[in-house]
Design a protein around this ligand. Structure first.
Ligand code: G6P
Length: 605
């Protein structure tokens, strides 16, 4: 969570840091701050609220050629000016920006207080600043190393010291830190998106590494002071992918980008000759893949929901038992790891803490794990070492749209790949490939047709509660529809299996509760019709998401979606659910790209 930026060079750091913070704001946005080296020492400016509010309140002469910045998602201590980063020690000599959580902060704070240190904030980060300031040494690097040895938890940090005005010391354990190499200048960021404007050459720190960064270069060592050799990576991001362009919101831009995101995921992966998918990054030949008797998908948030859908697709085509689970639940139940199970970790950012921890747990117990990840070179991608990159392009809005879509495409490809090794015929495989070929254009037409969603949003935005129901894949899709709506519009939305409605939630159905029913033209169509009858009998308003406008039951509204292939039904039906959530959020005046209390990549437990 949170965003870190830093600069050491010959330019004024302030505009570079502020621009970087704007780019990282999607990672946390309850407060923001900067620290710069000035002649008389370190000067800090920070404030609760968005980056733009901090920027607007900057004193006129706030400038320097060395500085750090931070945009926060609160963990220890509520959002406030005092709890915003940078945090410093009592004398103001040290400034620290930090992502992550120091788990023994309470204990360390008590020890420091017993020695007379008076704290100015409730943050775990101030504990680190006070610890660093308390180390007797002439080297900032040694002081940071020594302080880090005392803490447990996760961090990505950047530290400045008034006694070493030409340096920034950074370190990483569980939260990303990337160095950007410039011409006699160095950039620091927790996410490559804040670097691309300045350089394409980057160094990714690994866990347990510390770097001393100066204008002329950097030196990386381990926590034990052993030197590390680092090779620069060329960043693949393009700067203009990071702007909203003509769209009012990143969320809408990314909904519109879905056809291209899908093209990116499909590129080079459709093998017409054998009517299958080529997934070379899996690095698992057919003989190895066929020995797996089960598949387990893990992820968090929308990534987990995509796993529920992926599991149904894989099981359908390959007949290999497959299920999905929240990565956090999985890792905390001391999971049984079996060597005939293939584990699949899903993560857009490749940095979600619980997913990464689950991957490490699987690896530690000898399990085979592959990743479905968007960000190339991210921690989870590297921890898995093999898998399927989405190539969906950067996703900036906090809620996942195009990467959710691309993940579903990756699952279709994986299902096809496995299915064709087993019982799926070449003809059946070809029909899936043909449908995938048509998918980007079909999505494009659906996305362009927004008028109905605007009308529906106007009609239902005042509701306080909504159910999203469906069966099998329809239920998993209902989960994503409900999650999207609650995240961006704060309208309370809950997903339920349609068959379970009568076992409880029906008690809450009334003219004041909206139900969105996912009712594709599949084997369960009649069952879903009965569900609608049950809701109507309680005078509950119903929106049906369907393949046909003429349902055998009365509903308030029908959203009709075209069909390409049964396997792809959830992908096409997803679009109106995204648009409905977006439009309702507009009606309710919400901050769609940065919903309250949320952040894009959750790098804390
Ligand atoms: C956060 C985001 C979600 C996302 C989830 C997992 O909760 O708000 O949109 O689905 O993290 O993120 P990941 O990067 O691992 O896919």
């Amino acid at each position: 969570m949170c965003g870190i930026v830093g600069y050491v060079g010959h330019q004024n750091a302030v505009p570079i840091l502020v621009e970087g913070l704007h780019r990282l704001e999607y990672r946390g946005y309850d407060s923001a701050g900067l620290a710069v080296q000035r002649k008389h020492g370190i000067e800090i400016h920070k404030r609760q609220g968005k980056v733009r509010e901090m920027e607007a309140s900057l004193p006129k002469r706030f400038a320097g050629v060395v500085g750090v910045g931070h945009t926060r998602w609160a963990t220890h201590g509520a959002p406030s000016d005092g709890n915003a980063h940078p945090q410093s020690d009592t004398s103001g000599r040290i400034a620290v920006v930090h992502n992550g959580i120091i788990e023994n902060a309470h204990e360390l704070r008590a020890q420091l207080e017993a020695r007379g240190v008076v704290f100015a904030s409730q943050t775990d980060t101030e504990v680190l600043a006070q610890l660093i300031a308390g180390v007797e040494t002439d080297s900032l690097e040694d002081a940071v190393r020594s302080a880090l040895r005392a803490i447990t938890g996760t961090y990505g940090i950047a530290v400045m010291d008034a006694r070493h005005p030409d340096q920034i010391v950074v370190a990483r354990n569980g939260s990303p830190v990337i160095l950007g190499i410039g011409d006699k200048e160095m950039f620091i960021a927790s996410d490559a998106s804040a670097l691309v404007r300045h350089t394409q050459q980057a160094i990714y720190l690994d866990d347990g590494e510390i770097a001393v960064v100066e204008a002329r270069g950097f030196r990386v060592t381990s926590l034990d002071a052993l030197p590390s050799t680092k090779q620069p990576t060329t960043l693949q991001l393009v700067d203009d992918q990071m702007s909203k362009g003509s769209f009012s919101h990143f969320t809408m831009k990314e909904i519109y980008e879905q056809p291209d995101a899908v093209r990116g995921t499909l590129r080079g992966r459709l093998d017409r000759r054998f009517s299958t998918a080529r997934l070379d990054g899996l690095n698992l030949p057919a003989r190895d893949l066929l020995r797996f008797r089960r598949i387990k998908i893990i992820g968090c948030g929308s990534a987990c929901i995509s796993g529920f859908l992926g599991a149904r697709m894989i099981e359908r085509l390959s007949r290999i038992p497959c299920d999905a689970e929240s990565a956090a639940e999985f890792r905390y139940r001391n999971p049984v790891i079996e060597d005939d199970t293939l584990y699949v970790a899903v993560s857009q950012s490749g940095e979600t803490f619980d997913t990464l921890a689950a991957v490490e747990e699987i690896k530690r117990k000898g399990g085979a794990v592959v990743g479905i990840v968007n960000v190339v070179g991210s921690t989870i991608a590297r921890a898995c070492g093999r898998g399927v990159y989405l190539h969906a392009g950067p996703e900036i809005a906090v809620v996942s749209t195009k990467t959710f879509m691309s993940t579903l495409v990756a699952f279709v490809l994986l299902a096809l790949h496995l299915g064709r090794m087993k019982d799926v015929s070449a003809g059946a495989g070809r029909r899936i490939i043909d449908a995938l070929d048509q998918l980007p254009d079909a999505l494009g037409s659906l996305i362009a047709n927004q008028a109905q969603m605007t009308d529906l949003a106007k009609k239902y935005a005042h509701f306080a509660n909504a159910y999203f129901v469906g069966r099998n894949e329809g239920y998993a899709l209902a989960m994503e529809g409900a999650l999207k709506l609650k995240e961006v519009s704060y309208l309370h939305a809950e997903a339920y299996p349609a068959s379970e409605l009568k076992h409880g939630p029906l008690a809450l159905i009334s003219p004041d509760t909206l139900t969105v029913v996912v009712i594709p033209s599949d084997d369960l169509f009649e069952k879903n019709v009965s569900t609608i009858e049950e809701i109507r009998a309680r005078r509950g308003p119903v929106i049906a998401l369907s393949h046909t406008a003429t349902l055998p039951v009365a509903v308030d509204d029908v959203i009709v979606v075209p069909q390409l292939h049964e396997l792809l039904d959830p992908l096409l039906m997803l679009v109106p659910l995204q648009q409905f959530a977006f439009r309702v959020a507009i009606e309710r005046g919400c901050d769609i790209d940065q919903p309250r209390n949320l952040a894009k990549s959750v790098t804390v437990e």
